[in-house]
Design a protein around this ligand. Structure first.
Ligand SMILES: NC(=O)c1ccc[n+]([C@@H]2O[C@H](COP(=O)([O-])OP(=O)(O)OC[C@H]3O[C@@H](n4cnc5c(N)ncnc54)[C@H](OP(=O)(O)O)[C@@H]3O)[C@@H](O)[C@H]2O)c1
Length: 297
């Protein structure tokens, strides 16, 4: 049977490359990236590729400049690369999707929130970005909602998986490397993250595209945890000694490196579970799956 075609951006990235690998039997992906001659900041290039692939059933938009420190250096600079790719690039994708009447699956981030709320954020909570990356990603969400009716905005957080695409290591692989080499590391015990198994995101993409599900959803894991306890869970499941991982203080760190950082990012996935009927993995399940996928090391 002929596979449905999906146009995608950011498919060479940490998240996109894993999605393409996992959904290779379901979809034919057409990658819109710089190597294939598509800079998403250039509307004509985007328009032309949409025109060439009018048989596509939808678009998955992951491309972004995700370097939060770089974004901080470009704060308030709308001529900077971060704004251009994350906001202007997203507007171009949304405009082309609108013109060619394509369903758009847009990937956003938990960094649209300020991280001050101590209970889990839901889709009803008001975003309030405190740094430039989160601000540009919020403007990107708004551009999608303004241009289109037929869209899915999925907010992702702290992605982990078995792969290490070149130069793009997730936090789990950093932790495993520290543990393996017995490096001393101090990790925050007083911040909260919501680790998300990228393999679950692939299933969300598949359902959303196949059923053209519309709206704003948190597509995040089912465990809220500090980076310090994350590393200890990983050590336990992967069978490493965690003696060199120590508890660090977020508040103390901010005094050394004062760029804005979110402290509490517990992100609720209840809406996704109720509407898509899909249960996102707990951290323990995700880590066990990843260990198995990595050959049990
Ligand atoms: N990683 C996280 O911690 C995290 C957390 C929450 C949400 N997200 C969101 O998830 C999505 C994917 O993130 P990721 O970590 O997989 O990103 P990533 O590894 O940094 O990859 C970024 C992707 O964007 C592409 N890209 C950048 N500028 C482009 C341009 N001008 N034209 C076309 N393509 C361009 C890159 O292509 P090249 O390979 O050619 O450079 C690459 O494929 C992003 O929207 C991000 O905001 C990520």
């Amino acid at each position: 049977m002929k596979k449905a075609k999906i146009l995608g951006t950011g498919l060479s990235g940490l998240v996109g490359s894993r999605i393409v690998k996992l959904l290779a039997d379901d979809f034919e992906f057409v990658n819109l990236d710089l190597k294939s001659g598509v800079d998403i900041t250039n509307f004509d290039q985007v328009f032309d590729v949409f025109k060439d692939h009018q048989d596509a059933v939808g678009v998955i938009h992951l491309a972004a400049v995700t370097d939060v420190s770089r974004a901080d250096r470009e704060r308030d600079n709308k001529q900077g690369l971060v704004y251009k790719v994350n906001v202007a690039g997203t507007k171009n994708i949304a405009k082309a999707a609108g013109h060619f009447k394509k369903y758009l699956f847009h990937v956003s981030t938990d960094f649209v929130f300020d991280g001050r709320k101590k209970t889990p954020y839901t889709e009803e909570d008001q975003p309030n970005p405190i740094e430039w990356y989160g601000q540009t990603k919020l403007w990107a969400e708004e551009a999608v909602a303004k241009e289109l009716d037929n869209y899915f905005i999925g907010r992702l957080a702290f992605p982990i998986n078995a792969d290490e695409p070149s130069g793009r290591q997730d936090f789990l692989h950093k932790v495993l490397s520290w543990l393996r080499n017995q490096e001393e590391r101090s990790l925050f015990k007083d911040t909260i993250v919501t680790p998300t198994f990228i393999d679950d995101i692939a299933q969300v993409v598949k359902r959303a595209v196949n059923y053209q599900i519309v709206g704003l959803y948190h597509m995040t894991g089912s465990t809220y945890i500090s980076p310090y306890n994350f590393a200890r869970r990983a050590a336990k499941i992967f069978g490493f000694d965690d003696a060199n991982i120590t508890a660090g203080s977020f508040k103390a760190y901010l005094k050394i490196d004062p760029r804005p950082r979110q402290q509490y990012l517990a992100i609720s996935n209840q809406k996704l579970e109720s509407y898509l009927g899909f249960k996102m993995s707990s951290l323990d399940i995700a880590l066990k799956m990843i260990k198995w996928q990595m050959g049990g090391i």
